[in-house]
Design a protein around this ligand. Structure first.
Ligand code: Z5A
Length: 205
């Protein structure tokens, strides 16, 4: 059985990941490709419990190192018990967020040392990496306006505009560092405009 491809989608809040995931799943289904949709933090029973701990406001203050290690603990479960087994069955996997988010949020946003994140990445991922990452980019103010009408903000969503600008800059820096894997997509215009760019990238893949 040929191994499936592993695609991740990432970006700041309100960039349109959820909106575009529906489009990507439909695109792949039309090509006869089975794709398993998953998310981070989460994707497994243990991972979803860790997600609740990470995002719930009732958790309260958490040390940034603890937040980082919990992201990678959930990721370890995700990779070992869901992503790799699914790929080995010949199916594709599409993950709503992955390791680039740790570099962006915990590295850029929280200011944690990139070398420490890289150590955890090496430990948990060894040589495993996405085949392709779609990075939806939008100015933070636009993304925030889009999600304004939602209810209560979770623990990380409560952070400041400065925090999210640092997150965005860290994402862009990663796309410049890994241009082959991370495709930077302008998601500031219409949904259709974003879809056209994704369409062109998936056609090549
Ligand atoms: N996190 C972390 O810190 N470290 C890590 O390692 C990982 C994650 C893996 C998970 O949140 C949180 O965990 C996240 C990062 C952190 N924290 N934050 N903040 P999540 O991924 O589950 O949820 P989210 O980041 O809050 O995603 P989101 O707000 O749902 O964003 P989205 O999926 O990109 O947006 P959307 O739902 O597709 O669109 C938002 C709205 O905009 C919606 O009404 C759409 O109809 C509208 N929209 C979408 N596209 C357009 C365009 N082009 N024009 C106009 N309106 C649009």
């Amino acid at each position: 059985m040929q191994k499936g491809k592993f695609i991740t989608i990432d970006g700041v809040e309100g960039a349109g990941k959820s909106t575009q995931i529906d489009f990507i799943c439909q695109y792949l289904a039309d090509k006869g490709i089975n794709v398993a949709l998953t998310r981070e933090p989460g994707g497994t029973e243990i991972g979803e419990k860790i997600r609740t701990l990470l995002l719930s406001n009732s958790t309260g203050e958490m040390h940034a190192d603890t937040e980082l290690m919990l992201m990678f603990a959930a990721r370890n479960e995700h990779i070992q018990n869901k992503i790799i087994p699914t790929l080995n069955q010949g199916n594709w996997v599409l993950s709503d967020r992955f390791t680039d988010a740790s570099y962006a949020y915990q590295g850029g946003g929280r200011g944690l040392d990139i070398a420490r994140i890289a150590q955890l990445e090496q430990w948990v991922m060894r040589n495993f990496a996405p085949d392709m990452t779609l990075l939806l980019d939008v100015p933070v103010e636009i993304g925030m306006q889009r999600v304004e009408s939602r209810g209560e903000k979770d623990r990380i969503e409560q952070e400041s505009l400065d925090f999210f600008n640092r997150v965005r800059n860290a994402y862009i820096a990663r796309s410049e560092r890994y241009p082959e894997r991370i495709k930077l997509i302008d998601s500031s215009q219409t949904t259709e405009h974003t879809q056209q760019q994704i369409n062109a990238i998936l056609d090549k893949l």
